[in-house]
Design a protein around this ligand. Structure first.
Ligand SMILES: Cc1cc2nc3c(=O)[nH]c(=O)nc-3n(C[C@H](O)[C@H](O)[C@H](O)COP(=O)(O)O)c2cc1C
Ligand code: SF4
Length: 438
C-alpha cells in the first residue's frame, strides 16, 4: 500500500512552525491570496468547499459548505453576522485541535479568513478551552503577527475585505462546547444551550446570523481552496473525504495524534499507527470517536473509520478520537467514570438529562461496587431510552445515554457478572488497567 498523502500535520513539529515566516515559506496564505486577488466570489468559495465534500470534524459530521450556505442572503438580510470557531475541545479522549492551534496557528487563521470572506463576515470569535494555555498563547501571538502584516483587520492584502479575529477563553465546562451553550457563554451568560429552532444561521451570537465550526474543519479550508475540491475529494472515502486527526489514547503502545485518511480501518490505526495494545495484551473494547460514541467489542475493530461505516455498526464517528481498553479493563467501571462525568457536566435545564445522568451514575456505581441487581440493569436501559435520541434541548443527554445502551448491548455479560458475584470480577485487573504510564 502506498503511503497516504498528508497535509494537516505537514508543518507540525517543524522549528518555528507557529511563526508567520515558516507558514509563508511553506505556501501559507496562498489560498487567501487566491480568494482575494483572483478574485473569487463568495459563492465560488462556498461551492468549492461543498464540492470537496468536507464534513465537520466537531462531532456531527455535517457538511461544512452546506452549513455556510445556510447564512442568509446578504442582499435580503443586512444584519451583522458572526463566525465562531469551536476550540473548546472537551469531548473525553479528544485532543486534536490543540495540536493544530499550537503547531500551526496561521493555518487556522487563514481558514477563518477564507470562511469569513465566503459568508460576508467581518468578526470571528475563537472560543478556546481554558486549559489550553500554550495553544491559546500561540494563536494570540499568530493573530497579532498576522495583523501587523496586514492579514487581519482592515483591507486585508489591500483588498476591500476586512475581518477582525477575537479570542475567548472557556472556563472548563463541557457544555460550552455545544454550539449554542458556547454562544451564551461568549455573551457572558451561563453556558445553557438554546432550544433549536431557531438555528444559529438565523439567530446566533447576540441574536445575529452565526456559523459555528470546529477548528479542524476550518483548518482544512485553505488546502481545499489552494489545491482544489477535486484534489480533496480523492482523499479519504466516497462519503467522508480528506484526512482526519485521530487522537488515539488508552492502552496502546504509542498514544498520540495521527493524521489518517478517512476510511482507514480502525485496526490499522490501532496497530500500525499506535503500535497495538500495550504490554502484549489483547483488545477488550474501544470507543471510535470520543466517549459519547460508546464502547464497541473487538470483533468490530476492522470497521473503516469514516462516518457511514461507523454508523452502520450502531455508533458514531464523532471526533474520531479512539480510546482503547485492554483485556484487564472493566467496562462497568469505565461506564461509571463516564456517567459521573456527564452527571457533573449536565447543565440541568432538561429533567431527563439532569435526573437521568445522576441516576445513570448512581446505578453504574452501585453495580460496580457489588450492590447492583438485575433490575438495575433493566433500569439503566429504560432510563437511557427515555433520555435519547433528540428528547432534550441539546445532545448531552444523548452523549450519556448512547454509551449506556452500547455497554448493555455489547457487554451485558459483564454487568450481569457484577450482579451475580456481588463485586467487580475484574477488581484486581482494574488496578493493572490503571497502571500509570512512565
Ligand atoms: C455536549 C456537547 C459538547 C460539544 N463539544 C464540542 C467541542 O468541544 N468542540 C467542537 O468542535 N464541537 C463540539 N460539539 C459540537 C458542536 O455543537 C458543533 O456541532 C460543532 O462545533 C460544529 O462544528 P463542525 O460543523 O465544524 O463540526 C459539542 C456538542 C455537544 C452536544
Ligand atoms: S440535554 Fe442536558 S446539558 Fe443539554 S440542555 Fe438539557 S440539561 Fe442541559
Amino acid at each position: 500500500m502506498s503511503a497516504p498523502e498528508l497535509y494537516l500535520l505537514e508543518r507540525a513539529g517543524r522549528e518555528g512552525s507557529e511563526t508567520l515566516s515558516v507558514y509563508h515559506g511553506s505556501g501559507g496564505y496562498k489560498a487567501l491570496e487566491k480568494v482575494l486577488k483572483t478574485p473569487l466570489t463568495q459563492a465560488e468559495v462556498i461551492s468549492e468547499v461543498r464540492e470537496a465534500g468536507l464534513r465537520g470534524r466537531g462531532g456531527a459530521g455535517f457538511p461544512t459548505g452546506l452549513k455556510w450556505s445556510f447564512m442568509p442572503d446578504h442582499e435580503k438580510d443586512s444584519r451583522k453576522r458572526y463566525m465562531v470557531v469551536n476550540a473548546d475541545e472537551s469531548e473525553p479522549g479528544t485532543c486534536k485541535d490543540r495540536v493544530l492551534m499550537r503547531e500551526d496557528p496561521h493555518g487556522l487563521i487563514e481558514g477563518c479568513l477564507i470562511a469569513a470572506f465566503a459568508m460576508r463576515i467581518d468578526a470571528v470569535y475563537i472560543y478556546v478551552r481554558g486549559e489550553y494555555r500554550k495553544p491559546y498563547n500561540r494563536l494570540q501571538a499568530a493573530i497579532d503577527e498576522a495583523r501587523a502584516a496586514g492579514l487581519v483587520g482592515d483591507a486585508i492584502m489591500g483588498s476591500e475585505f476586512s475581518c477582525e479575529i477575537h479570542m475567548h477563553k472557556g472556563a472548563g465546562a463541557y457544555i460550552c462546547g455545544e454550539e449554542t451553550g458556547l454562544m451564551e457563554s461568549l455573551e457572558g451568560k451561563r453556558g445553557h444551550p438554546r432550544p433549536k429552532p431557531p438555528f444559529p444561521a438565523g439567530v446566533g451570537l447576540w441574536g445575529q446570523p452565526t456559523t459555528v465550526n470546529n477548528v479542524e474543519s476550518i483548518f482544512n479550508v485553505p488546502f481545499i481552496i489552494d489545491r482544489g475540491a477535486t484534489w480533496f475529494a480523492r482523499l479519504g472515502s466516497e462519503e467522508s473525504r480528506g484526512n482526519f486527526l485521530c487522537g488515539i489514547s488508552g492502552h496502546v503502545e504509542r498514544p498520540g495524534v495521527y493524521e489518517v485518511p478517512l476510511g482507514t480501518p480502525a485496526r490499522e490505526i490501532l496497530e500500525d499507527y499506535a503500535g497495538g495494545i500495550w504490554k502484549g495484551r489483547s483488545l477488550k473494547a474501544w470507543f471510535p470517536g470520543g466517549s459519547s460514541t460508546g464502547l464497541l467489542p473487538p470483533d468490530l475493530i476492522d470497521t473503516p473509520m469514516e462516518h457511514d461505516s461507523i454508523k452502520a455498526i450502531g455508533s458514531m464517528f464523532g471526533t474520531g478520537a479512539m480510546i482503547i481498553l485492554d483485556e484487564t479493563a472493566c467496562t462497568v467501571r469505565a461506564s461509571e467514570v463516564l456517567a459521573r462525568f456527564y452527571d457533573h457536566e449536565s447543565c440541568g435545564q432538561c429533567s431527563q438529562c439532569r435526573e437521568g445522568t445522576e441516576w445513570l451514575h448512581q446505578i453504574f456505581r452501585r453495580i460496580e461496587e457489588g450492590g447492583g441487581s438485575m433490575e438495575d440493569i433493566a433500569n439503566l436501559e429504560r432510563l437511557a431510552m427515555g433520555m435519547a435520541p433528540g428528547k432534550t434541548i441539546c445532545a448531552l443527554a444523548d452523549a450519556a445515554a448512547i454509551p449506556t445502551l452500547a455497554v448493555i448491548k455489547h457487554f451485558k455479560n459483564e454487568l450481569v457478572a457484577h450482579v451475580e458475584q456481588g463485586c467487580c470480577p475484574l477488581k484486581a485487573n482494574t488496578a493493572r488497567a490503571q497502571e500509570v504510564r512512565v
